[in-house]
Design a protein around this ligand. Structure first.
Ligand code: PLP
Length: 430
């Protein structure tokens, strides 16, 4: 094993990381190669810098006017250079500040500093590399974003185990979660992935659901189970009801038990409406973990970034910094949230009007981009196919019984027509 990896493992010895890291995670480190030497040179080389593979002219990155002219307000240094492997320092500080603003209870809690990853997808993939060996169990609610399976099973040969997301009272099914954890505790290590607001249901936990959720994890940790909890906060903040727990559960899990490592994945993708920028953030938390532990973990993570995409999009990071520091940033976000809230309220109204006498039953939803119908009768894929090829309406079928409607990407004025068509079509297949 590389000496640098050994050093990092020694730092992490005696913590939950010792049991949670995969073989690959144990082997990983951030090399003292070009990137580390260039960073060192940037601080100390006061005469010439002849380190990195970039071309410069008159002190600026060389560039082509035919590209540069479309980004007139940014300096070439904000557009063209490689970004640091861990992400722009300034952006990481700004994001951390934002995180605390959105999650006031995070204030004063030791966490890693957020690392920039190429979207939340890349963050999940990195965590899968760092923590999953073949046959490791990954517990996910049965309503989940399909890419999780591709990453954890397709890439890493882990085993995804699902539990029913909702119970019969249409609340989070915590007893099913507890059972899934107990049934799969055999190896002493579990990966749990939670995503709120959830894709595909559009559900975020209510204020009274968070303590019981935390207590399920705490009880399991108290029995000695080592748990990596990945918290996918992609849709954070798109909350449409007052009774939703307004912070990320990352805060709670970061202080819960030394056997729990919490990782928050969030990003500009959905929160700042920049889907194609590919900017997400990965932040570690865990009771008892110190700055040194977090630094060691950051280095392992940076090794994975360096060995895959090397670094994330510089232009996107610079634009995000400009956005986050703009005076109108908050008010623009509020306006977008208002538009999404109006769509949500419209959908709620349409569903209420449709009443009970329909084969389509809406699952609980209160946040995010989506809602899901459960088909009491008929097949979801057949319904999807009919809607698409007979009516020109695109939806997503999930298994045989669920149809996901991404109402956030439909115009408010067209919502009624869209749902009427869906209800009518469902009758044909009932
Ligand atoms: C639950 C969830 N996680 C992650 C992602 C991907 O995020 P990103 O585009 O930042 O990779 C999505 C996108 O649809 C999602 O729904």
């Amino acid at each position: 094993m590389n000496e640098l990896a050994k050093e990092l493992n020694t730092i992490l010895k005696g913590t939950v990381l010792e049991d949670l890291l995969s073989d690959m995670g144990r082997r990983f480190y951030f090399p003292k190669g070009i990137v580390a030497q260039s960073t060192e040179a940037a601080e100390h080389a006061h005469r010439f810098t002849a380190t990195i593979g970039m071309a410069k002219y008159k002190g600026k990155p060389m560039n082509l006017e035919s590209i540069r002219k479309f980004i007139p307000e940014l300096d070439p240094d904000e557009i063209f250079p490689y970004a640091p492997t861990s992400g722009s320092k300034n952006l990481r500080l700004l994001w951390k500040k934002q995180m605390i603003k959105k999650n006031p209870h995070l204030e004063g809690i030791e966490t890693s500093s957020p690392l920039v990853v190429a979207g939340i997808t890349a963050g999940i993939s990195i965590l899968a590399d760092l923590f999953t060996d073949p046959k490791d169990i990954i517990i996910i609610p049965d309503m989940f974003w399909g890419n999780y399976r591709l990453i954890f099973e397709g890439k890493k040969e882990g085993t995804v185990v699902t539990f029913p997301f909702f119970n019969e009272k249409n609340k989070l099914n915590l007893s099913a979660l507890e059972k899934a954890m107990t049934d799969n505790a055999g190896k002493g290590k579990l990966i749990l992935l939670l995503n709120f607001p959830n894709n595909p249901t559009g559900y975020a936990p209510l204020k009274d659901e968070v303590d019981p959720l935390a207590s399920v994890l705490e009880k399991a940790a108290q029995k000695g189970l080592k748990i990596l909890t990945i918290i996918d906060d992609s849709y954070y903040g798109l909350f449409y009801e007052e009774d939703i727990y307004p912070e990320s559960i990352f805060t709670r899990l970061s202080t819960l038990h030394p056997n729990i490592l919490a990782v928050k994945l969030d990003g500009a993708t959905k929160e700042d409406f920049v889907w194609g920028f590919r900017i997400g953030f990965l932040t570690y938390g865990g009771k008892g973990l110190t700055r040194d532990h977090f630094t060691a973990l950051e280095k392992k993570t940076m090794g994975l970034i360096r060995s895959s995409i090397s670094n994330c999009n510089q232009l996107g990071q610079s634009l995000l910094i400009r956005g986050l520091t703009s005076e109108t940033y908050e008010s623009e976000k509020k306006e977008n949230l208002r538009i999404l809230l109006a769509k949500y309220e419209k959908v709620k109204e349409i569903i209420k009007q449709a009443g009970e006498n329909t084969p389509l039953k809406a699952l609980p939803f209160n946040s995010g981009y989506f809602m899901c119908f459960y088909l009491e009768k008929g097949n979801a894929e057949k319904l999807r196919h009919y809607l698409l090829y007979e009516k020109g309406i695109g939806t997503i079928s999930i298994g045989e019984k669920y149809l996901r409607i991404a109402y956030a990407c439909v115009e408010l004025e067209q919502m009624e027509e869209l749902f009427n068509e869906i209800y009518k079509a469902a009758e044909i297949f009932a």
